[in-house]
Design a binder for this molecule. Structure first.
Ligand SMILES: [Zn+2]
Length: 298
């Protein structure tokens, strides 16, 4: 039973690893779907009151109105997937999600040489909700999909500069599939000061969840990651960057205080649950990398 279960997920993992951020075609759909959601909200201004979360004991305290959060300068948040050299069989699209190690090393060095400091989700949350000060030139490094090369290649390089990152883990692969991190590696990253957060069980699109999907994709991975790290799981990254408005209160109910999408617009009624990131494209020059950090975050 379990064997079939895991076997069935392997094909999906391959898909996830090569298509996490969704292609250009999908992206058009995201934008239009979110645009229509915005229209709905405009017609019902009180509709998101239920999204207010009990923040007692959380970093930053009380959540201010969305306009305050959206008025703060954005922190550049970078998203990486696989970190390995390209193979002849890699498609053009998949190369967007595959960062050659030499390029990643050069990017981290440039960030360090330019005076950037990595920040973690609790710092970002406190900054967005209370305006708490961040280190100069803040940047957040995030890693999706549990690829082992994040542990073997990116992490040793990050350590050189005192950088820490956020690893959004897809729990289906933990300890079961070659080229994905083990529980022990995840625990080691957590113990070393990185932050481990949730990226669902098997990368299923949040927009499609019904009934028990919320338990399988969200509740169980949270419990598993909390058991591995001994720390609370409060942040979430949407598979493919895809979200919709009904998912936001569902995630809040399940203990998440902020969630990360990709580069689409934040939801004007709940920006904390739609924080923006950019995928650093494999093959970008350092100049493109630097330009994107300045251009894509306002
Ligand atoms: Zn992903």
């Amino acid at each position: 039973m379990m064997k079939n279960f895991v076997g069935a997920s392997l094909g999906f993992l391959f898909f996830a690893a090569t298509a996490c951020g969704s292609g250009t075609g999908d992206k058009g759909k995201v934008t239009s779907a979110n645009a229509s959601a915005d229209t709905t909200a405009a017609a019902r201004p009180g509709a998101t009151a239920a999204a207010v979360v009990d923040t007692a004991g959380l970093p930053g305290g009380k959540v201010p109105p969305p306009s305050v959060i959206m008025g703060r300068k954005e922190v550049p948040i970078l998203c990486y997937h696989q970190i390995r050299d390209w193979k002849p069989t890699d498609s053009k699209t998949s190369k967007d999600y595959i960062m050659p190690p030499a390029d990643m090393k050069a990017e981290l060095k440039m960030l360090a040489d330019s005076g950037y400091h990595t920040i973690l989700p609790d710092q970002l949350y406190a900054y967005l909700t209370t305006g708490e000060a961040l280190p100069s030139k803040p940047v957040m490094l995030t890693f999706d999909d549990t690829d082992e090369d994040q542990y073997t290649v990116a992490w040793p390089e990050m350590k050189k500069y005192g950088f820490r990152g956020v690893f959004f883990i897809m729990t289906v692969s933990l300890g079961k599939v070659p080229h994905y991190m083990t529980r022990e590696q995840v625990k080691e990253l957590s113990d070393a000061g990185n932050v481990i957060e949730s990226h669902t069980w098997d990368h299923h699109n949040v927009r499609k969840y019904q009934g028990n999907d919320w338990v399988v994709q969200i509740d169980k991975p949270t419990k598993q990651l909390e058991a591995i790290t001994g720390k609370p799981i409060r942040y979430f990254a949407y598979p493919f960057g895809l979200w919709n408005r009904p998912a936001l209160p569902e995630l809040r109910k399940r203990g998440f205080i902020a969630a990360f999408q990709l580069a689409d617009k934040m939801d004007p009624t709940d920006p904390l649950m739609t924080i923006r990131r950019i995928i650093v494209g494999g093959g970008w020059s350092l100049k493109t990398f630097s330009t994107a950090i300045h251009r894509d975050f306002h």
